[in-house]
Design a protein around this ligand. Structure first.
Ligand code: SAM
Length: 204
């Protein structure tokens, strides 16, 4: 997976590649989909949701430029896999998930694998997670209509947000850096994610 899907497509950060080697992706798959753990695409995890394509996880984590001293908010914990990759990089991670059954499954998997630096919480991550703010980085794993004002508010100066932003059907992986209370935005590749729900998502 790492050689054929990540390195061949241009993922370069050795720390990200090492984390993707270390985290046992099959542990985050539903029992009947374990054989698809290294499939080159998103895979259903129940509740109409998916574990993201390995390449998208690696690309977005690479774009986040996370360091071991960072506090990171992940919006859309899903299976907990991406949160584990961030935890493997040494960051303190708050992973928020709207669907309680997915959150408790992700939490159980992360605990079983010993990711003590990853905390799963239930809630509407379109509003961020004010209790643990401010964050050095925010990564969003669901398609957002725009960068939520709550994410900007809960981000430290110089911090980065990586999120798929666009329509319900197609988005652009967007990197936004907070500079002097304004956002400097750069676009990466096109992508397709499940919708972000909640106050600043598509429920609005
Ligand atoms: N990062 C996940 C992983 O590694 O398995 C994949 C995330 S999946 C593509 C998107 C997730 O975002 C779904 O589990 C969905 O329930 C969640 N979600 C959607 N809207 C949300 C919101 N407003 N707050 C928190 N989670 C949300």
């Amino acid at each position: 997976m790492v050689e054929e899907q990540l390195i061949r497509r241009g993922i370069k950060d050795p720390r990200v590649l090492a984390a993707m080697v270390e985290v046992p992706r099959h542990e985050f798959m539903p029992p009947d989909r374990r054989a698809d753990a290294h499939y080159d695409g998103a895979v259903p995890i129940g509740e109409g949701q998916t574990i993201s394509q390995p390449y998208m996880v690696a690309l977005m984590v690479e774009l986040l430029e996370v360091t071991p001293t960072d506090k990171v908010l992940e919006v859309g914990a899903g299976s907990g896999y991406q949160a584990a990759v961030l935890g493997q990089l040494g960051a303190e991670v708050y992973a928020i998930e709207l669907i309680p059954t997915l959150a408790s499954r992700a939490e159980a998997t992360l605990q079983r694998l010993g990711y003590e630096n990853v905390h799963v919480v239930v809630g509407d991550g379109s509003k961020g997670y004010a209790k643990a703010a401010p964050y050095d980085c925010i990564i969003v794993a669901a398609a957002a209509p725009d960068i939520s004002p709550a994410w900007v508010e809960q981000l430290n100066a110089g911090g980065r947000i990586v999120a798929p932003v666009g329509s319900l059907h197609s988005q652009v992986c967007t990197v936004a850096q907070k500079r002097d209370d304004s956002l400097h935005t750069v676009h990466s590749i096109g992508c397709v994610f499940v919708p972000l729900r909640g106050q600043y998502g598509w429920d609005a």
